[in-house]
Design a protein around this ligand. Structure first.
Ligand SMILES: Nc1nc2c(ncn2[C@@H]2O[C@H](COP(=O)(O)OP(=O)(O)OP(=O)(O)O)[C@@H](O)[C@H]2O)c(=O)[nH]1
Length: 232
């Protein structure tokens, strides 16, 4: 909590106004309240709060910086510099989707307002992988029940020091019914894609008629992901 209070956004280049976030508001529509299957139009001003969660050192800040600035700043800088969040727009199906991306700190209040969550482990750290179950338990306890979750195995560039095989990540993700990708905040592999897929899912949910199926983020991940195993 204290950490967030001293934080500044990394960059405000992408958006100039930040409308209030209404938890769950993106899912409500006049149509659904009246029981009519009319799809609402998408509100491009809506801000979607997305949080980055995972053990210390898995690369949450580096992922945020890579997404925001397209670069990797080596070193454990986050705890001292205090970078906490960024606001950024991504384009999905020719529409703007605004994401406010925050790094989870110590308070469970963070979960409540979040519409999406990227849960990270470090592929070179078995402990960070083993702790994913505990994180998921906590998330299910405190987050909105329809939060969009994606599991990310970060530091995919460090294949030589890999402690967790890719299929172990895939298996865990299947067990919890969440999509999975390996990312590298260092090389940028799959970083933007992870956020775009989350934005796509959030936009889809906001305009989906009640009788429509959810967007299948899992299938998109499989189709779009840059396979990391053969690249390093
Ligand atoms: N090789 C490699 N190093 C990474 C990657 N992501 C992060 N790192 C390094 O891992 C260390 C921890 O990264 P951070 O981004 O500070 O991790 P964090 O999860 O924000 O850590 P906390 O602030 O302690 O919660 C730093 O030395 C980063 O340079 C990656 O994808 N590849």
């Amino acid at each position: 909590m204290e950490r967030m209070e001293s934080m500044e956004p990394i960059s405000a280049l992408y958006t100039t106004d930040y409308p209030e976030i209404h938890p769950g508001g993106s899912r409500r529509s006049a149509g659904s309240q009246l029981g009519s299957p009319v799809a609402p139009s998408y509100n491009e001003d809506m801000m979607h709060k997305t949080i980055l969660v995972g053990d210390s050192g898995v690369g949450k800040t580096s992922l945020l910086v890579q997404f925001d600035q397209g670069k990797f700043i080596p070193g454990s800088f986050s705890a001292t510099v205090g970078i906490g969040f960024t606001n950024k727009e991504v384009t999905v199906d020719n529409m703007k989707v605004k994401l406010q991306v925050c790094i989870f700190t110590v308070t469970h209040a963070y979960y409540r307002d979040a519409q999406a969550l990227l849960l990270l482990y470090d592929i070179t750290s078995k402990t960070s992988f083993d702790n994913i179950r505990a994180w998921l338990t906590e998330i299910h306890e405190y987050a909105q029940s329809d939060i969009v979750i994606m599991l990310l195995g970060n530091k995919a560039d460090m294949a030589g020091e890999r402690a967790i095989k890719r299929d172990e990540g895939e298996k865990l993700a299947r067990e919890y019914c969440v999509p999975f990708m390996e990312t590298s905040a260092k090389t940028g592999v799959n970083v933007e894609l992870a956020f775009i897929l989350v934005a796509k899912e959030l936009k889809h949910r906001a305009v989906r008629r009640p009788d429509q199926l959810s967007f299948q983020i899992h299938q998109y991940v499989e189709a779009e992901e840059q396979k990391t195993s053969c690249c390093f």
